[in-house]
Every structure is written in C-alpha cells, then in structure tokens.
Ligand binder design. Structure first.
Ligand code: NZQ
Ligand code: ZN
Length: 388
C-alpha cells in the first residue's frame, strides 16, 4: 500500500427517523440557519416540511436558499454567499444530493473569503486558512458520497470548466442519512446515482498499487453490493434494505476509505465533468457512456486486474480462459448491466448532437496521473467519437 494519513471530520447519523431524532440537537448552537435545497423534490416528498417544522419548533431564524440546479454553477455559489453575509447566517443546512451539498460547501467558503474563490481555490488549489461557515447535510439521494468528504464540484459557465476540489475543511460537520428519504428518487436518477457509486469504486480499483491490499478487497464487496441492491431497488423502490445499502455504499465510495493506499484513476470523471461543463449532461449518465469505452482502451495495461474484476465482481468463472478473454468478458458484463438498468450508452442518448464540438471538449479535459496508461487529448477525442 502507498503511505497515507486518514481522518474524516463528518459525523454520520444513519437510519430511519434520524432527522426527527437528532436534527434539533445538532442545530442547538445556532440561531440563524440557512436551509438550502434544489428544485422542489424536497417540497413534493415532505422532507422540507419535516425539516423546517423541526427548525421552527426549535425557534430558529430560517433563511431560504432554493433552486440549486444539478451541476451547480459558480454564479449560484455567489448568490448563496451573498445571502449568508446579508443575513448573518451561522450555519448552512443543505438538503439534497451532490449538487446541493457541493454548492453549500462552496458557499460556506465563499461567504467567509474576501477574494475570488474560483480563481484562488477551484483553479489554483490552495490551503484554506479561513474557517468556512459550519455546514450540515441531509442526504436525499445515493450517488456522489459528497456528505463525507470535502469535495465540491462547481461549474463556471462562462469559462466552460467544471472543476472539483477536495478540502478537508469543507467536510460537513454532520450528515443525516435516512434511506426512506430516497424512496421518491425517480428510477432514472437512482440508476444514475448508482452508476456514479460504481464508477467511484472502479476508478479507484483500476489503479496502482495492485499488490494484495485491503482497499481492493473492500471495493469488490462494495461493487457487488451496488449491483445487487440497485437491481432490488428497481424491483421495489421502497425496499428499505436495498435503499439503505445503496445509501451507505455511496458514502463508502467517497469517504476516502477505499482510496487509502491507492493512486486512483479519475480520467473518466475528468472527461465527464468537461462534457457536463459544455452540455450540462447528467453526471451518472455521462459516466455510464464513457466508462466501458475508456476501459476497452486501457484494459491491456492492467490486464490481470481486469481479469480479477470479471471473476470477483461479476462472478465469471475462469473455465480455462486467458486473462485477456476473462477481462473482456468482465467488460461485456459491465456493458450488459448498463443496458439492463436502462442507462444511456451513447453521447447522442445524452442529447449531445454536435460531433464537431467533441474536439474542443476533449482538449479541455484534465489528464489523470493515476491511470494504468496516461491518456492524451487525441485519445480522449477518439473515445468521445466512439461514444458518439
Ligand atoms: O433539485 P431537486 O428538485 O431536489 O431534484 C433532484 C435533481 O433533479 C433529484 N432528487 C434528489 N433527491 C431526490 C430527488 N428527487 C426525488 N426525490 C428525492 N429524494 O435528483 C436530481 C439530481 O440531483 P443531484 O444532486 O444533481 O444529483 P447527484 O447526487 O448525482 O449530484 C450530482 C453532482 O455532484 C457532483 C457531480 O459532478 C454533479 O455536479 N459530484 C460530486 C462529488 C463529490 N462532491 O464528492 C463526486 C461526484 O463524482 C460528482 O462529481
Ligand atoms: Zn462521480
């Protein structure tokens, strides 16, 4: 294993009824709380009413920050930061998925930082010396795992850059995770989030070092859990066991535990983020289109690991097959799963109609240093063209 330091500052309260049980106590030190949410799902499924009811009963002053869009923008971050300053908000409570949580993390920093956080932190990673506004989150969809890390992915619309940074100071102080809150997530978004979870695991698993290490073993168990529970939740969206496993799988994908000792290859995330910056496509959908094609490009550079993936995750017996035949059978199984759960398989399925723009998007993608084989912008363009 590579050397590492591990600490995670988010305290997790998980399970049915956790918001009712713990929220009041968690907001006790604060008078003015900013309630931040997306485009209305929390009002339709009753979560907003439950949360705001608890805050009213506790006598809190509530400041609303609503309409946070999927793929949150820097402009939205600035709007939130203004609200925090104007209303002397003492804590931010984000209710939603990755977009709400990421936007709130960036707001918590922007509100306390005098300069331009895009330039100083998202473009040129620095050391955060200011103390961000305390943030708590209530997770409503399984996917990004943003609740237990300091990562925030923000889109600068004018510059056409979607960039993520992970600062430990931006870890939420607490995360409330009630699997019942995810029952109302539409199947399309549930499978998108599910694939994002799988993608976080695959991107870490397919990277060095590959010698015997506990992180790879944990990831195999987690990937099997995602596959099994996604199938179960598609059958029955109110299957508490499946929803709770997916919700915790999602946290485990991005709470840094599986990354310990591994390099990580975030090439597909880099490519998807730039597709998102140009086209606003859905994060999990973009990954589902890119990942199998990317892996067909690089599998020969990590052959034995791809063969191990086929055997241990997809349970494909070796039956005298070579590593190469087995590796390809594993990638076939991944593609079949993507089709089975109804994810898109081409960029056109994502609504990207203009093939000509792919060259510029490819040129704007970051290159991952942890890949089995380092990509070039030309090869990224080839991958985009094959995905088209
Ligand atoms: O906006 P509302 O109306 O709330 O609807 C949302 C949104 O349309 C809906 N939704 C959420 N909970 C629901 C629900 N609908 C019904 N019932 C519920 N309980 O789901 C839609 C998608 O929400 P969003 O937050 O955008 O999805 P996701 O969690 O996939 O987050 C995606 C964002 O996170 C970033 C992505 O790049 C993207 O910007 N990521 C953040 C990461 C991190 N911070 O660690 C890592 C990831 O790799 C990712 O890059
Ligand atoms: Zn992701």
């Amino acid at each position: 294993m590579n050397n590492f330091i591990f600490q995670n500052d988010t305290k997790v309260y998980f399970g049915r009824g956790c918001v009712k049980e713990y929220l009041r106590c968690l907001v006790k030190p604060y008078t003015t709380v900013m309630v931040a949410y997306g485009r209305g799902s929390v009002k339709r499924n009753g979560v907003y009413e439950e949360v705001v009811g608890i805050l009213w009963d506790a006598g809190k002053e509530i400041v609303e920050f609503s309409d946070i869009m999927p793929n949150p923008t820097y402009a939205k971050v600035q709007e939130g930061a203004r609200l925090v300053r104007e209303n002397n908000v003492e804590m931010i409570l984000g209710i939603g998925g990755g977009s709400v949580m990421d936007c709130c993390k960036a707001v918590s920093l922007a509100a306390r930082y005098e300069g331009d956080i895009w330039e100083d932190f998202w473009m040129h990673p620095g050391v955060i010396e200011v103390e961000p506004v305390p943030l708590g989150v209530i997770v409503t969809v399984a996917g990004t795992g943003s609740e237990c890390n300091g990562g925030a992915v923000i889109t600068h619309e004018e510059k056409k850059i979607k960039a993520g940074r992970d600062y430990p100071k931006l870890n939420p102080k607490f995360a409330l995770m009630d699997p019942v809150y995810t029952y109302s997530v539409p199947v399309k978004q549930m499978v998108s989030g599910g694939f994002d979870i799988l993608s976080h695991m695959m991107e870490t698993y397919f990277s060095e070092p590959d010698e015997d290490n506990v992180s790879d073993d944990i990831m195999e168990a987690l990937m099997k859990s995602v596959i099994r529970n996604l199938r179960a939740a598609i059958q029955n969206p109110e299957d508490y066991t499946a929803r709770s496993n997916l919700l915790w799988d999602s946290t485990m994908g991005e709470n840094r535990i599986i990354k310990l000792g591994k390099k990580g290859d975030f090439q597909c995330h880099n490519m998807e983020h730039q597709l998102g910056a140009y086209t606003d496509c859905n994060h999990g959908f973009g990954l589902a289109v890119l990942q199998p094609v990317y892996y067909r490009h690089i599998y020969k550079d990590g052959l034995s690991k791809f063969a191990r993936f086929a055997e241990n995750v997809w349970e494909i017996p070796r039956d005298g097959r070579s590593d190469e035949a087995l590796a390809l059978a594993g990638l076939d199984a991944l593609e079949e799963f993507i089709r089975e759960i109804g994810l898109p398989t081409t960029l056109r399925d994502l609504g990207i109609a203009d093939k000509a723009m792919l060259k510029e998007i490819a040129g704007s993608c970051g290159i991952s240093a942890g890949s089995y084989r380092r990509m070039t912008h030309e090869e990224i363009q080839e991958i985009f063209n094959e995905c088209f």
